[in-house]
Design a protein around this ligand. Sequence first.
Ligand code: 5GP
Length: 172
Amino acid sequence: MASEPPHHRITYNEEIAEFKPDLIIAIVYPIFAIGLSLYESLPGIKAEQIGSQIVRTQWLHDAGQILRGKRVLIVDEVDDTRTTLQYAVSELQKDVEDAFKLLPEHEREGSKTQFAVFAVHNKLKPKHGTLPDDVPYYAGEEVGDIWLDYPWEATDIEEHDRLALEQKVEGA
Ligand code: 5GP
C-alpha cells in the first residue's frame, strides 16, 4: 500500500489576516456547485473502487442549458492526480454538446461554451487525468506531493491552527 504523504496545514489566518479586514465584499459571479467524490468512501462503494471511480454527489440540473454560450471557470481547491478535473470537464462538455445538438441551426451561433480550470493548489506530480488543449488551466499555487489539510475540514480549528503554526516554525 502507498505510504501516507506528509501533511501540510492551510489556515484561514495567513495572508489576509495581516490586513485584518472588518468585513469582506465578494464580487460574485453566478456560482453553481457540483459534488464529485473520489477519495471518500460512500455507501455502496467497494474499497477497491475508491480512488479509481468518481461518484457524482451533486450535479447541475440542466447543465447544458445553464452553461450554453458561457465562459465557465471550473474551480477546485486541489488538483492532485487530475482525475476529478478531467471527469468534471469531460462530463460538463458532454452535457453542453448534447444541448447544443438540440438547438436549431440558426441559434447555434454564439452558443459555444468555453471552459477553463482553476485549482487553488496544484500538486507537482504525474497526473492520471488530462485536460483538453483548448481548456486553459490556472493554478493559484504549485506545491509538492504533500497532503493539504484545509481549515474547512478541521474538526478542531484551534488545534489545526496550532499545528499549522508549529509546522511554520519547523519550516522556518
Ligand atoms: P484528484 O482527482 O486530482 O486526484 O483529486 C482531487 C480531489 O481529491 C480534490 O478535490 C480533493 O477532494 C481530494 N484531494 C486530493 N489531494 C488532497 C489534499 O492534499 N488535501 C485534501 N484535503 N484533499 C485532497
